[in-house]
Design a binder for this molecule. Structure first.
Ligand SMILES: [Zn+2]
Length: 324
């Protein structure tokens, strides 16, 4: 019998690796439920911080699929079968449905398709890919599909060797550079990219008539208040993240759909930016004071935070700038 628990453990580990893909981060529980710090960034009230903390506390690694109507013809699909299943959205157009981002497995994507079928009999004929990672659910969609992505995301998808890589027949069919307004199936959507943030090819989907932004992993709840997800292997950047978030805050929107977790208001996004910007400024000051990375991490990192932490990422970016 002694071999049995070992086998079970190995199966569990393999299961986790399969569901997360090669590049994805390792889940550490609990990592997100951290207290609000004593010192708040400038312009952030305790209520603002409490609201953001509540969003972080609400994050679940596993949760069943729930579909909610956000506004008019725009829906939000949170959770689903798997672990750390990303949020997606869908918009009912004139003749078909536009899926905004994709789930991280075919199974989870199929669950969304079943929910779409309850809302409309129109087929999904377009998808907007908001970054190159964990888009494998796209394989559940028909092959002759319009796939829109940022041009860097397309490049990343084409060379990806990750376990959850997207097959050739689902590669983007249309790309944008920085800012393009499209009319997809009678739905007006503005797609924007400012800089590398989570990856080099992040973009957001802004529906101006509905004042809704799909921010994907540029806004997440599975990280502490002053941290965010950056994949340095895909040229991610905290400085670029700040640029993107400032850009999306300048839009006339009031609802921001996060990549993981619940919806954000504009003020929630502003609070998140203030926390990360505050950390950026503090790291910068400590670097100027000649402090070591260990000293900076000891001062600014939460214990148990995923590595490399946002502090480390900021430090690396600032060091690269000094070396330029
Ligand atoms: Zn994600």
């Amino acid at each position: 019998m002694s071999g049995f628990p070992k086998l079970t453990l190995a199966a569990a580990v393999i299961g986790i690796l399969v569901s997360f893909g090669a590049r994805a981060r390792t889940p550490q529980e609990p990592y997100q439920h951290l207290p609000i710090p004593d010192q708040l960034p400038k312009g952030v009230s305790f209520d603002d911080a409490k609201r953001l903390q509540a969003l972080v506390d609400d994050y679940k690694l596993q949760e069943p699929l729930v579909v909610r109507k956000i506004r008019d013809n725009i829906y939000f699909a949170r959770g689903g079968t798997g672990r750390n299943v990303p949020n997606v959205g869908f918009v009912v157009g004139k003749t078909g449905v536009i899926l905004v981002d994709n789930k991280n497995s075919q199974e989870a994507e199929k669950e969304v398709l079943a929910e779409i079928a309850k809302v409309t009999s129109k087929p999904v004929n377009a998808t907007i890919v908001l970054h190159s990672e964990h888009e494998s659910g796209i394989t559940a969609l028909p092959a002759a599909l319009t796939v829109v992505a940022q041009e860097n995301a397309k490049k990343e998808m084409e060379v990806s060797t990750a376990r959850d890589a997207v097959p050739k027949d689902r590669f983007p069919t249309k790309t944008i550079a920085k800012d393009e307004t499209m009319n997809i199936d009678g739905v007006r959507v503005r797609l924007l990219h400012w800089a590398s943030a989570y990856t080099s090819g992040d973009m957001i989907a802004y529906f101006p008539a509905q004042k809704v932004v799909f921010a994907s992993d540029l806004v997440v709840t599975d990280f502490p208040l002053a941290s965010t997800v950056v994949d340095r292997a895909a040229n991610g950047s905290v400085g670029g993240w700040i640029e993107n978030v400032k850009g999306m805050l300048a839009l006339n929107a009031d609802t921001y759909v996060s990549g993981h977790g619940d919806l954000f208001t504009k003020n929630d996004v502003r609070t998140k930016l203030a926390f990360v910007q505050d950390k950026w400024d503090k790291v910068k000051l400590m670097v100027a004071q000649g402090k070591s990375l260990d000293e900076i991490r000891a001062a600014l990192d939460n214990s148990g935070e995923r590595r490399p932490s946002t502090t480390e990422n900021i430090y690396t970016e600032l060091a690269a700038k000094v070396g330029e």
